[in-house]
Design a binder for this molecule. Structure first.
Ligand SMILES: C[S@@+](CC[C@H](N)C(=O)[O-])C[C@H]1O[C@@H](n2cnc3c(N)ncnc32)[C@H](O)[C@@H]1O
Length: 375
């Protein structure tokens, strides 16, 4: 358990209950797909460093989601492991929250892109629970990987944040509070992984990130910042029309934090247990091409672009909006719509905004990779 102040409602309400189910997330996660593909060389390099002389290897994907992108990563890893030792049994552990669409995940594992068709011995497992807690036995993991997941915070957050719902646009005390919260959560994530990864094991963690940008009022180029500003515009408009509770919106914070390189590094150098646990092998930030923006640039048309981009946004954000804004607004205001209708209105308006102003809300995929070796 963390020692977070009551401001952060860690355990009662999850930051996200999982991504859009019934194939929705898989259909609209092209940005995540390309991000995972970019990690193939790093995954291969980590596998080449593993000891393959034992009875089996255990590889885990933290925050795997419904699975399509997880398949890509596991196929790479399995190919490399069995290229080194063809008869080595591999346990593939898929870790996500209990609300994840596990049916989609297992359909993906046995589907045409799944790795059950892979020639070598493999045994899939699922681990349902928050990665801020233990999701694998102590010292059991040889290789841990995580894509587009470790930037989610532990639990929902309420902060006085008028005019924004995005961490980077917060100012004053609210910005400091969310920065401290992100630091504590990163320490928590790393401590659990230090427990789970065996000495000599590896972690390849990719998350969204932020880099300094003096030209932006926030001082940052934070991943996807234009999307979060678009989210705010829609939410503010709906609050103005009485559809969302303005008091709820004023304290609603989208529960993620895109760290700068120094914020990822700091606890690994500052905290004695983490310093003793891990060597930093690589820590890099890069801008990954956005396939939706490319589609627009190639003349794909504003409406098709808007539909895919809004669906991408919905796939990863709906559950956080439901938990933090739509459900409470529907419950609190006498004349409010029900939460389902609020959800449809919100994402419908988002799509219309993207179609009307296609160039203005393009998603910058600032990605960070940290590769750690367990001492
Ligand atoms: C944007 S999705 C990425 C899914 C997949 N890794 C991919 O690249 O497509 C983020 C994932 O992180 C998971 N997640 C967020 N917070 C989590 C937590 N505390 N514990 C476990 N999983 C979490 C979500 O449920 C979701 O499946």
């Amino acid at each position: 358990m963390t020692d977070d102040p009551p401001l952060f409602n860690n355990r009662e309400t999850r930051a996200t209950e999982g991504m859009g189910g019934k194939g929705f997330y898989d259909s609209y996660s092209a940005i995540q797909r390309d991000t995972v593909r970019m990690q193939a060389d790093r995954l291969r390099r980590a596998v080449r460093e593993l000891d393959v002389s034992g009875p089996e290897l255990r590889v885990i994907d933290y925050g795997c989601g419904p699975g399509r992108n997880s398949m890509t990563a596991f196929r790479t890893v399995l190919e490399e492991i069995h290229g080194r030792r063809a008869d080595l049994p591999v346990v593939t552990v898929h870790s996500d929250q209990i609300g994840n669409d596990w049916n989609d995940l297992f359909a993906n594992i046995r589907g045409p892109d799944g790795y059950l068709r892979h020639a070598g011995p493999v045994r899939p497992e699922a681990s349902a629970g928050s990665f801020f807690g233990a999701v694998a036995s102590a010292g059991s993991i040889d290789l841990g990987m995580s894509f587009m997941a470790a930037h989610w915070l532990d639990g929902t957050i309420r902060l006085s944040s008028p005019g924004t719902l995005f961490f980077a646009d917060m100012t004053g005390a609210a910005r400091e509070q969310i920065r401290d919260k992100a630091d504590r959560d990163w320490c928590l994530f790393l401590r659990r992984r230090a427990d789970e990864v065996r000495p000599g094991g590896w972690l390849v963690i990719e998350t969204m990130s932020a880099i300094e940008n003096p030209d932006d009022p926030s001082g940052l180029a934070a991943g996807g910042h234009r999307l979060y500003r678009a989210f705010w515009r829609i939410a503010e408009g709906m609050a103005g029309e009485g559809m969302l509770d303005p008091a709820c919106l004023e304290t609603f914070v989208f529960p993620l934090y895109f760290r700068e390189l120094h914020e990822v590094r700091a606890p690994l150098e500052r905290e004695s247990d983490l310093k003793a646990a891990f060597d930093i092998v690589e820590l890099v930030s890069e801008l990954i091409p956005n396939p939706y923006a490319q589609f627009l640039a190639d003349g794909g048309g504003a409406e098709a672009y808007a539909k895919s981009y809004a669906a991408f946004a919905r796939g990863f954000s709906e559950s956080a909006f439901r938990n933090g804004l739509f459900d409470p607004s529907a419950a609190g205001a006498a004349d409010a719509d029900d939460a389902d209708r609020l959800t449809e209105t919100f994402f419908g308006r988002l799509e219309a905004l993207f179609a009307a102003e296609p160039e203005q809300h393009i998603f910058d995929n600032h990605s960070m990779t940290v590769v750690l070796r367990r001492r």
